[in-house]
Write a protein of this length. Structure first.
Lengths: 160, 111
């Protein structure tokens, strides 16, 4: 198998290996950076366009799955996560389920969507700006949410 | 104290809530994302506050939401879609009628 056969734009999340011969995409994540997935020693697939993940998966991963039986190793060199992944996990850990699902996760998901849209349009600087603005909006949302929750709790105590 | 708890209050949406209701009502498909609302509000809604407002409105029953289906071909977390409820529609209609009548009364009797 030559590396050139599998070159192209692909968007992958994590690859989980079961044994040495098979692998699958377990989740999708986004990235603005180019990442490489090396299969064996020769095949390289560039991760570039996140919005085309499904298309790319069908086009490039299927042949990879087919040929994987003859390969001995799958090495993930670099997978970057979409913006807000850490904040998402932090919010999930710290906040209540309701606040997380209806407020903070929504803020992150909208930011990610806008970010990927800018990336797909090739507007790298805009995507960076969206990322920064999204982080700021997230913290503001969190602060506002905490203030509102605290105020409601105080009111409930006072007017019980 | 007990009377306060059983007191039936007339639902009065805040200005931001009324704006969200208006935007949702104006949307032909009547399902919008939080960011979409921010963009259409002409800077009256902010990114940092809109989700808290939407959550509060959902708790009051003015709007309902659901997450985008998994089939959506975009990476990242699924987005949340908001839609006006029948109750929200009635509250908004009542609020608007009240506003119109109040302004008409003020014009007729300014003192």
């Amino acid at each position: 198998m030559s590396g050139g056969d599998l070159k192209g734009h692909i968007f992958l999340g994590s690859i989980s290996m079961s044994g040495n011969l098979s692998f699958k995409v377990s989740e999708t994540v986004g990235t603005s950076e180019s990442a490489a997935i090396v299969v064996g020693e020769s095949a390289t697939v560039e991760v570039n366009n996140p919005l085309r993940n499904y298309w790319a998966r069908d086009k490039f991963l299927s042949p990879l799955l087919k040929v994987s039986q003859s390969l001995y190793q799958v090495v993930v060199k670099q997978i970057t996560r979409p913006p807000g992944t850490f904040l998402d996990r932090l919010a999930e850990f710290v906040c209540t389920k309701r606040t997380y699902e209806h407020v903070l996760r929504t803020a992150i998901s909208d930011m990610q969507w806008e970010y990927f849209e800018a990336l797909a349009a090739g507007r790298k600087w805009k995507s960076r700006w969206i990322r920064l603005r999204g982080y700021w909006a997230f913290w503001r949302t969190w602060a506002r949410s905490s203030i509102v929750t605290t105020a409601i709790a105080i009111c409930k105590l006072l007017f019980k | 104290m007990a009377a306060r708890q059983t007191e039936k209050r007339i639902p009065t949406p805040s200005l931001k809530e009324a704006l969200v209701l208006e935007l949702l009502l104006a949307s032909p498909k009547q399902k919008m994302y939080g960011l979409e609302l921010v963009n259409k509000s002409d800077r009256k809604l902010k990114r940092g506050t809109v989700y808290v407002t939407l959550n509060r409105m959902e708790e009051k029953g003015y709007i309902e939401s659901h997450e985008e289906s998994e089939q959506a071909k975009t990476p990242g977390l699924p987005r949340r879609l908001y839609r006006l409820t029948g109750y929200g529609l009635r509250v908004f209609a009542a609020w608007r009628t009240f506003g119109e009548q109040l302004s008409a009364a003020l014009v007729e009797n300014p003192t």
